[in-house]
Write a protein that binds this ligand. Structure first.
Ligand SMILES: Nc1nc2c(ncn2[C@@H]2O[C@H](COP(=O)(O)OP(=O)(O)OP(=O)(O)O)[C@@H](O)[C@H]2O)c(=O)[nH]1
Ligand SMILES: [Zn+2]
Length: 369
């Protein structure tokens, strides 16, 4: 029997939210009175100065409070919005967060998608299949707290899909599954339904042309993913980085992340340690604490290779990931410092220029009153 607790007034709305991924993890964060007056919404797209939220009643444009900038919000986020003003009052603590080192010289982290349950790491049964690249995505997923599944497409274009599936499975026992399919066959796309359904959020990563859009279109039952891409494409270019969340035909949600060519890693040492936990454990057994695992006496890593218990190629891939992560994590700290210094210098310079010209800064909007 339902009781007359104040929570009950929200119950029916919250039930509808469950289909969008709402869970106890989020509900627990809004038990206070102030939060109860606000409206929980899932972020389905983020623009420069506003975002679009979704709840069981539909979509709504949401404004940012002064302290929140577009870079601080990710597609898939749960927020509490003021029902009157439509302003985001609180971003709820995420269950998972996918981010990357942004493309370009400045090594800034870029939020890609929040609260994703399953990451479909997509590759094709052809030359795109590359263990090092798959491991990068696996590290990313594990570090973000997302369940990884490898999806192998274009099985209709090879005689040996099973070989690819075996190789994929051998990469890690952290994989929740390896699915080989023809993305153009809707019957086979159903193999992904194990990870989809009401309340569950999935996302796809993988190289260009492996079939991500084909799969997303099959799951959403429309061309909306592709349509959204074209819409955003005001200048007629064929690439855009607009990420968006879509409802799937059989329930659940998929985050589309088009145009992700570069996936720079940063600050993912936890994910690397998890994916390569055997190597991590071995490094703890080396005689010297600062062992480089090359030719030092008492190196447990080299001993495992000699005993055929560790693939030297895998060790090399681990080394590369470790050094890339270290480099980017350090350069990001340095670049944050440099960016702040540049902003200060730029401001000082434009202030000086304005003074020299005798101009005062232009107010953005005439003030009322
Ligand atoms: N035969 C076959 N063709 C496929 C399969 N998956 C995708 N394709 C084709 O491969 C091409 C690329 O597929 P997309 O879905 O656009 O690939 P994508 O990963 O979204 O590529 P980007 O949008 O560039 O990131 C299209 O012509 C698809 O029809 C498959 O399993 N079998
Ligand atoms: Zn060693």
């Amino acid at each position: 029997m339902p009781t007359d607790s104040p929570q009950n007034t929200q119950d029916s709305t919250l039930e509808g939210l469950a289909a969008l991924g709402w869970s106890a993890h989020f509900a627990d964060q809004c038990a206070d009175e102030a939060s109860m007056a606000l409206r929980p919404m899932r972020i389905i797209s983020v623009q420069r100065a506003m975002a679009t939220g979704l709840d069981s009643q539909g979509e709504r444009p949401l404004g940012f409070p002064p302290e929140l900038r577009a870079g601080g919000l990710a597609v898939g986020d749960w927020v509490l919005a003021d029902p009157e003003t439509g302003r985001i009052e609180k971003v709820l603590e995420r269950q998972s967060l996918l981010s990357r080192r942004a493309a370009g010289i400045e090594a800034k982290p870029q939020l890609l998608a929040a609260n994703v349950d399953t990451l479909f790491i997509t590759t094709s049964c052809n030359a795109d299949f590359n263990p090092a690249r798959l491991e990068r995505y696996l590290v990313l997923a594990l570090d973000a707290g997302i369940t990884p599944v490898i999806v192998l497409t274009k099985t209709d274009q090879t005689d040996a899909p099973q070989d690819y599936a075996d190789q994929a499975r051998a990469l890690s026992d952290k994989l929740a599954g390896v699915v080989a399919l023809n993305a153009k066959d809707p019957e086979q796309v159903r193999l992904l339904s194990e990870w989809c359904g009401p309340g569950r959020t999935v996302a796809f990563v993988g190289s260009s042309g492996v079939g991500k859009s084909t799969l997303i279109n099959a799951l959403t039952g429309s061309d909306q993913a592709t349509a959204a891409m074209r819409q955003d494409d005001a200048k007629g270019r064929h690439t855009t980085t607009a990420r968006s969340l879509h409802l799937m035909a059989d329930g659940g949600l998929v985050i589309d992340m088009p145009g992700m060519r570069e996936l720079g890693l940063h600050d993912v040492s936890g994910g690397i340690d998890e994916l390569f936990e055997d190597i991590t454990a071995l490094t703890g057994q080396c005689k010297f604490r600062d062992c480089k695992h090359v030719s030092e006496p008492g190196c447990a890593v080299q001993a495992a290779i000699a005993a055929d218990q560790l693939d030297p190629a895998r060790l090399e891939r681990w080394r590369k990931l470790k050094s890339e992560d270290k480099l980017n994590t350090t350069s990001m700290t340095v670049s944050r410092r440099r960016a702040r210094a540049l902003t200060r210098a730029h401001k000082a310079e434009s202030d000086a220029q304005r003074k020299a010209k005798g101009n005062s800064p232009q107010p953005k909007k005439p003030r009322k009153g």
